[in-house]
Design a protein. Sequence first.
Length: 129
Amino acid sequence: MLNAARATGRNCGTTFYPAAGPLAWSTTLEAAALAHSTWMQQTNTFSHTGANGSTVATRVTAAGYNWTMVGENIAAGQPTLASVMQAWLNSPGHCANIMNANYVDAGLAVKSGTAGNTYSPYWTLVLAR
């Protein structure tokens, strides 16, 4: 779905982004994304700031990815991949991350919520170069 979205130029808010090349799946970025989604679920928190004040950059570095640029989309409550992708594409900032041609790798993770969570599920998309 990410690569299908990137294959067509689109407006993200008022900014037009031309089609971008496909992203390669990174198990390292997937691990960083899963760690953050798990932390959000376990702490009932929805934030880009993670455990001990971590950022996407520190989480990706800790996972072992040597990056030159990194970005993150998070979401909570969308029940399907299609619904979270639509939400991100409807949000100018999230859409801009997806359409950024400088990103070459991606990892995505989802963690189901529990009865004690405000949201279910929790999604994290990490994009990097």
